[in-house]
Design a protein around this ligand. Structure first.
Ligand code: G6P
Length: 379
């Protein structure tokens, strides 16, 4: 049934719209509601014998390629926060090119939808040779990465056919959030925070359903952007990953030049590109934890991009459009607000829809973009 397109025209479209259900499947049986004298928690069967070792590691290093790398980037702040362990990220090919240091005291987390990506698989062999504890996060039971890691978590997002990863990405973020919750589970000081995130996870599929209602709005935006040569996507904090992943979607399927930019780097180069001909998507959703700092920083970024006459599209939390860009007339996309660390799951969806509609409007092959493969099994 999953291989069937059903009432959808394309697999990518189907997989975008399936996300409330794929996220439910990812979390099924893994979230404990808690109750009288019992705390809310997560249960990850594939990790239970290794959690103590993970907690004792000197570093957690997350390794992946493409969208899977971006999912790790989205989850890093939470993994750092709840584990208290330094978390570094590696693009698999770059780790191999550099033969970067991996130690016995490291936990290496391999993120891969297919579980077969050659670079990630070679990086796994390298980490095993160096004695690290290796954890696999894959969407394919029995894949090479699932088989060769010491322990792991299946993504359980269901089969993904479209070359551009959509539902696997959001499920990867959720799996990594659950990993962070499990690793931090022995820390009393973060218990309230963990419980709030678990509540947020329970409610996430409903919020995803809500954000999917933006479909028509994103189609209208795609019509407006159809002739554009380039689209910049600005994000920061939890949503730097959203900027990279949103730009990757637009690049992969709509074959339009697009760059995800860390908003804090704006003045160090990207600002030179901005004029009245450039379309820029700015992610400025409400950020509960960092609100005062990051939100006001994004307001200032919007003001500066506006002052250079950039054509702005701003994504903000529902009801905050007047707050986010006071006195600036821009196109605003309002999304539901969720727990800050889960906001990347919500925020990527309008960008997935935008990439999808841009591609279809341009008459391009959305499920099988030229030159790309779903699983890259050669180096
Ligand atoms: C290819 C696919 C991407 C994917 C990347 C990593 O480039 O086109 O969609 O993100 O491989 O794949 P993996 O299976 O390791 O997640």
């Amino acid at each position: 049934e999953q291989i069937n397109k059903g009432s959808y025209e394309h697999y990518m479209q189907k997989e975008i719209h399936e996300q409330p259900e794929s996220l439910r499947t990812t979390m099924r049986g893994r979230l404990i509601r808690g109750g009288f004298c019992k705390a809310k928690s997560v249960l990850l069967g594939g990790l239970k014998d290794h959690l103590k070792t993970i907690r004792r590691s000197r570093r957690i290093v997350c390794i992946g390629c493409g969208t899977s790398y971006n999912a790790a980037l989205a989850a890093r702040p939470l993994l750092e926060e709840l584990s208290g362990i330094p978390v570094t990220l590696e693009i698999a090919s770059d780790l191999l090119d550099r033969q970067g240091p991996i130690y016995r005291e490291d936990t290496a987390v391999f993120v891969s939808q297919s579980g077969e990506t050659a670079d990630t698989l070679h990086a796994l062999q390298y980490a095993l040779d160096n004695g690290a504890l290796c954890v696999g996060i894959t969407n394919t039971v029995g894949s090479a990465i699932a088989r060769n890691t010491h322990c792991g978590i299946h993504i359980n997002a269901g089969c993904e056919i479209g070359v551009a990863s959509t539902k696997a990405y959001t499920s990867q973020i959720v799996v990594m959030a659950m990993l962070a919750l499990a690793v931090g589970d022995d820390t009393i000081s973060s218990q309230l925070r963990r419980e709030a995130i678990i509540d947020g996870l329970f409610d996430l599929p409903n919020k995803v359903k809500e954000v999917l209602k933006l479909d028509q709005e994103m189609k209208d935006l795609a019509e407006q952007l159809m002739a554009e040569q380039s689209l910049l996507v600005f994000g920061r904090g939890y949503n730097f990953a959203t900027a990279l992943e949103g730009a990757l979607k637009v690049k992969e399927v709509a074959l339009t030049h697009s760059e995800g930019i860390l908003a804090g780097e704006m003045k160090h180069g990207p600002l030179a590109l901005v004029d009245e001909n450039l379309s820029i998507f700015v992610i400025a959703t409400h950020d509960a934890c960092f609100r005062l700092v990051l939100f006001s920083k994004q307001q200032s970024v919007i003001q500066q991009l506006h002052a250079r006459k950039g054509r702005l599209i701003v994504m903000c939390s529902k009801g905050e459009s007047s707050l986010v860009c006071p006195g600036v007339s821009v196109r605003v996309i309002e999304v539901p607000q969720v727990e800050d660390c889960l906001q990347p799951v919500i925020n990527i969806i309008p960008l997935q829809l935008l990439a999808y509609h841009l591609t279809v409007l341009r008459g391009l092959n959305v499920d099988q973009p030229r030159n790309l493969a779903k699983s890259v099994t050669t180096q």
